[in-house]
Write a protein that binds this ligand. Sequence first.
Ligand code: AMP
Length: 135
Amino acid sequence: MTIFTRIAQGEIPSYKCAENDEFYAFLDINPLVKGHTLCIPRREVDYIFDMDDDEIARFQTFAKHVAQAIKAAFPCIKVGQAVLGLEVPHAHIHLVPMQSERDMNFANPKQSFTADEMQAAADAILAEYRRITES
Ligand code: AMP
């Protein structure tokens, strides 16, 4: 079982930002900026581009709603999206609220926030996600 499967199942704690039956979103623990979020499928699949067309379309739609929630919670120019997957073998989409293109440089030093700050960031995104998807 991957670490991200254990996170989606609640076995390992995470700062939840959004979820539905198929997908889960949580804060990256080593964020590039505050609000840096990961979207994952609950189903274990290593490589995002191994998903079939319908599943990746649903995954991207979920990520779109999470990106809208991030932008509402953290005013930014745009939310950047990236797929790396070099570290964790479980498909995931990085969503990063950007003030400039420098914010998308994954070679940048990672930022550190207190647990309270991380919880507040996740709660703000989750509230916006619910507002967007339940309206
Ligand atoms: P990559 O596979 O290269 O896209 O990188 C994996 C990302 O997952 C990195 O940005 C890590 O900081 C993040 N990450 C790894 N473990 C955790 C965790 N337990 N909770 C939140 N984020 C994590």
